[in-house]
Design a protein around this ligand. Structure first.
Ligand code: 9MR
Length: 747
C-alpha cells in the first residue's frame, strides 16, 4: 500500500513520512529482520514514496515509475521508516534491484529518518536491466528508533523504472571490523625526494636489531644499501618501527623502491618535476572552489559546472542575502568567493587565513632568496584571468578578497565597518549537491570581531601586493582594512557563537588578541604608520611563544603576523628579535621531527591529532621553511623538506593525502560536488587536493563506526562520509600550496 502523498518534496518528505508507530521487535536483537514486508508479499505495505513516484507491486517486487527532470537523488525516494538501530551493533543490509533503461543509479541509504538525517551506511550502485543483488555490513554509530532505509532514485533527466525486492536489514551480523589496507611495511614519500634533499623512510617491524635495506632502480638492481635504525615503539601509531636514511644517494630516477625485512615499498622518484606540478595543482584547487561563476570545462576538463549561488533558481543566493532573523535589516550581494570546503558555506574567518597563506606564498617568492616570482605568474594556473598581466596567484586570491570586502557592514548601518562572520544555508544539505542545485535559503550571520580582523589583515596585505597591478583596488582594500580595524577596536569582543552551527560550521573563536596582532602587523607593514607599530610592539602576542605543537590555523593567527614581520621588509624596531623568535620556533619543530620515527614536525600532546592535522604538519613546516629563508641554514630547509614525506606517504596508513600524487592517494574527500564515490557522473577531487587527515576526535558517525579507539595516525578513513577526517578545505590546501611552492623553489 502506498503511503498517502505528503505535500513536501525532498528532505522534507523524509521528515513528513516518519510518523508511524514503532516496531515491536527489540532493538538490534540477533538476526532479527528489521524490514517489514521486504519481499513485497503483501504488496507495498509499510513502504512510502515521495509524491512524484508511482509505486506498485509487480510480480512479487516493488516497481516504481521515477519521473525525469529532478535535480537531486533525494528528490524521488522509496523508503521505510521506524527501524530501531543500536549503537555499536553490526547490521547486514541487502536488497535486489533493477533499473530500466540501464545505467541509472540508486542511492541506498540506512540512516536517520529525522533531522539531522545522519547517514549510517550508503551505497550507490549503477543498476542493470536484469537486476542484481547487493549486500553490505556496517556498524550503527548511534541508538535510534527513527532509523530508515531509503532508496533515492532522483536526479535523472529522463523518466525510468526502478524495481526492488528482498530488502533486508538484520542485526547481529558478524562484525566486519575496518582494517585499512596499509600495503608494504616500508613507508616512503611516494611522490619523491629532491636529489640533494634528505631521504628518509620508515619500516614497520617487530625486529629489535638493525636490518639491511636496499634501494633498487626500476629494473630491480640494487643501487644503494645500508642498515636500518631501530626506533622502538612509535607513540603516534602504536607501531614498532625502524628508520632508514638513504640521503647519500643523489641520482635522479623514477620507479625506485626500497626493500627491507622482506617488504618492498611503493615506488617513488628522486627528482623535482612532481613538485613543480604540485605547486601548480595545489594552487589550481581554488578555481574549482569558486562560487558565483561557471567553472569552465576547457580550463578544468571534467570539472565544468554551472555558476553556483548567482540568484538563479533553485539557488536562493548570493546576490541579495538577508541576515538571520533579527540580525540586520538589509540584504547584501555576497556573490563570489570560494566555497569553504565540501559544503556550500563561505566564511570570513577561514577565508582570511586561506587568502593570507596564498598571498604569503606570492610575497615569499619576492622576498626569499630562493623565491621565483614567475612560477605562479600570469598564465601559470589556467584561469579565466590568465593573460591579464597580473600574476595568476594574485588573480585567484582576488576572487576571495572581493568576496571578503562584500561581507563588510555598509556605512550608515549598525556596526558599520565590521564584517559578517559567514554566509551559508539555513539547514545542512545532503550529498551530492552541485552548488547551482542548492535550494536552501542563504543567510548572513552576525558580524564578529574575528571576521572583521581577518578582513583588516588580508585587505591590508592585499593593498601592498596589488598596488603595482591595480592601484584603485589597492586603495579600496586599504580603506576597507582601516575601516575594519577601527570597527574592531570599537567592538573588540563580538564573538561568533559556538552554537551557531546549523547549516554551516561555526568557526567560533573565543580569543582574538592574536587576530588583533595579525591585523596590526599587516597594516603596519603596508603603511609604516606609528599607531600600528605601537599596537604591534605593545601586544603581549608580539613576544609570546606562539610556535607550540599545534602551530597556527584559522583560530590561531599570531604566526601569520609574526612570520610577515620577520620576512617582509620594514623598519620595525626590534625586528631582529622577531626573526630570532621564528628561528627558535623552527628549532622546536626540528627537535620534534628528529625524535619522530615518521619524521613529523608534529607531536600534539597525548598524540591527540587535530581536525585537519595534515595542514598542521604543513604549517609547522612553513615555520621551518621560513627559518631557512631567514638564515640560509640547510638544517631548516631539510626539516621543511622532510615534513612533506609524511603527507605524501611516509605514514602509518601508507597513503599520500594529496589526490593524484603517489601510487595510493586520498580521493574520496567529503564534498558535495566532487562526489564520485556517490555518483559516478561526478568527478573525484582534482589532483592536488589535500585531505584533512587523522583527527583523533572522529566527530562524524562514519568515522565513529570504523575508527573507534584509533591511535593518532590511524584516525583517518578515505570515505566521503567522514567529514571530520577526510574533508578538503581552502585553508588546508593553502598550507599545501605554500609548502609545495617552497619545495619547488629548492630545485
Ligand atoms: O576546520 C574546522 C575545525 O578546525 C573545527 O574544529 C570544525 C568545527 O567547527 O570546523 C572545521 O571547519 C569546517 C567548517 O566549520 C565548515 N566547512 C568545512 C570545514 C572543515 O571540516
Amino acid at each position: 500500500m502506498r503511503r498517502p502523498a505528503t505535500a513536501l518534496a525532498g528532505l522534507a518528505a523524509l521528515l513528513a513520512a516518519a510518523v508511524t508507530a514503532l516496531p515491536a521487535a527489540p532493538a538490534g536483537a540477533d538476526e532479527t529482520e528489521l524490514v517489514r514486508n521486504g519481499t513485497f508479499d503483501s504488496g507495498t505495505d509499510s513502504w512510502w514514496t515521495t509524491p512524484n513516484v508511482t509505486a506498485a507491486a509487480s510480480e512479487g517486487r516493488l516497481c516504481a515509475d521515477v519521473p525525469g527532470g529532478t535535480a537531486n537523488r533525494w528528490d524521488a525516494i522509496v523508503g521505510q521508516n521506524d527501524l530501531a538501530l543500536t549503537a555499536g551493533q553490526t547490521y547486514r543490509f541487502a536488497f535486489s534491484a533493477s533499473g530500466t533503461p540501464a545505467g541509472h543509479v540508486v542511492r541506498a541509504v540506512v540512516g536517520l529518518a529525522v533531522s539531522p538525517y545522519d547517514t549510517y551506511h550508503e551505497v550507490s550502485p549503477q543498476l542493470s536491466v536484469s537486476g542484481d543483488t547487493y549486500a553490505y555490513t556496517f556498524t550503527a554509530p548511534a541508538d535510534t528508533a527513527r532509523g530508515q532505509v531509503a532508496f533515492q532514485v532522483g536526479g535523472s533527466a529522463d523518466p525510468w523504472r526502478f524495481c526492488l525486492d528482498d530488502v533486508s536489514l538484520t542485526g547481529g551480523a558478524a562484525p566486519d571490523p575496518y582494517e585499512p589496507d596499509t600495503g608494504p611495511r616500508v613507508r616512503v614519500n611516494q611522490v619523491g625526494y629532491l636529489p640533494d634533499g634528505p631521504k628518509n623512510a620508515t619500516l614497520v617491524t617487530d625486529a629489535t636489531a638493525k636490518l639491511p635495506w636496499q634501494l633498487k632502480n626500476d629494473a630491480g638492481k640494487t643501487v644503494a644499501h645500508g642498515w636500518t635504525v631501530p626506533r622502538g615503539l612509535d607513540a603516534s601509531s602504536g607501531q614498532r618501527v625502524h628508520s632508514i636514511d638513504f640521503g647519500h644517494y643523489t641520482r635522479r630516477a623514477e620507479g625506485l623502491t626500497l626493500t627491507a625485512d622482506g617488504e618492498t615499498s611503493r615506488p617513488f622518484a628522486i627528482g623535482t618535476a612532481a613538485y613543480r606540478q604540485l605547486r601548480l595543482d595545489s594552487a589550481k584547487y581554488y578555481y574549482t572552489q569558486r562560487s558565483g561563476t561557471p567553472i569552465r570545462d576547457d580550463l578544468r576538463p571534467g570539472y565544468g559546472r554551472p555558476a553556483g549561488h548567482v540568484g538563479v533558481a533553485p539557488n536562493q543566493g548570493d546576490t541579495a542575502v538577508p541576515c538571520q532573523p533579527g540580525v540586520c535589516d538589509y540584504t547584501l550581494d555576497v556573490s563570489g568567493g570560494w566555497y569553504d570546503a565540501g559544503d556550500h558555506g563561505k566564511y570570513v574567518v577561514n577565508g582570511g587565513i586561506s587568502t593570507w597563506e596564498l598571498l604569503s606564498t606570492y610575497e615569499r617568492s619576492r622576498t626569499a632568496r630562493t623565491g621565483r616570482p614567475r612560477a605562479l605568474g600570469d598564465g601559470t594556473l589556467a584561469l579565466p584571468e590568465s593573460g591579464n598581466k597580473v600574476p595568476d596567484i594574485l588573480d585567484e586570491a582576488r576572487w576571495e578578497l572581493d568576496f571578503l570586502l562584500k561581507m563588510q557592514v555598509p556605512d550608515g548601518k549598525p556596526l558599520a565597518g565590521m564584517a559578517h562572520h559567514k554566509v551559508h544555508d539555513e539547514q545542512w544539505t545532503g550529498l551530492p549537491l552541485l552548488p547551482s542545485a542548492d535550494p536552501q535559503r542563504r543567510e548572513l550571520h552576525p558580524p564578529s570581531t574575528a571576521a572583521t580582523l581577518n578582513l583588516a589583515a588580508t585587505a591590508a596585505q592585499a593593498a601592498r601586493l596589488y598596488r603595482p597591478y591595480d592601484r584603485a583596488f589597492a586603495a579600496k582594500a586599504l580603506t576597507a582594512a582601516r575601516k575594519a580595524w577601527a570597527a574592531a577596536l570599537a567592538h573588540p569582543d563580538l564573538l561568533a557563537s559556538e552554537s551557531d552551527g546549523i547549516g554551516g560550521g561555526t568557526y567560533a573563536d573565543a580569543k582574538v588578541d592574536d587576530e588583533f596582532y595579525w591585523a596590526a602587523a599587516e597594516l603596519y607593514l603596508t603603511t609604516g604608520e606609528r599607531a600600528f607599530e605601537t599596537f604591534v610592539r605593545n601586544s603581549p602576542v608580539h613576544t609570546a611563544d606562539i610556535f607550540g605543537p599545534t602551530g597556527f590555523d584559522w583560530a590561531r593567527t599570531a604566526a601569520a603576523g609574526r612570520l610577515d614581520l620577520a620576512t617582509v621588509p620594514s623598519r620595525l624596531p626590534g625586528r631582529d628579535a622577531v626573526r630570532r623568535s621564528v628561528v627558535q620556533g623552527a628549532e622546536t619543530y626540528l627537535a620534534t621531527q628528529r625524535a619522530h620515527p615518521y619524521g613529523m614536525p608534529y607531536a600534539p600532546e597525548g598524540q591527540v591529532y587535530d581536525w585537519g592535522s595534515n595542514h598542521q604538519v604543513l604549517n609547522n613546516a612553513v615555520v621551518l621553511a621560513t627559518a631557512y629563508d631567514l638564515t640560509g641554514r640547510a638544517k631548516y630547509r631539510d626539516g621543511a623538506l622532510e615534513s612533506m614525506d609524511y603527507v605524501l606517504g611516509r605514514n602509518a596508513l601508507n597513503i599520500s593525502y594529496v589526490t593524484g600524487y603517489g601510487e595510493v592517494s586520498s580521493h574520496h574527500q567529503h564534498s558535495r560536488w566532487y562526489a564520485n564515490q556517490l555518483d559516478p557522473a561526478l568527478p573525484d577531487p582534482p589532483a592536488g587536493t589535500l585531505a584533512g587527515g587523522p583527527n583523533s576526535s572522529i566527530q562524524d558517525p562514519f568515522a565513529q563506526a570504523n575508527l573507534q579507539g584509533c591511535t593518532g595516525q590511524f584516525c583517518y578513513i578515505d570515505d566521503i562520509q567522514s567529514w571530520s577526517t577526510n574533508e578538503h578545505t581552502i585553508n588546508w590546501n593553502a598550507a599545501l600550496a605554500r609548502m609545495a611552492s617552497f619545495v619547488a623553489d629548492q630545485t
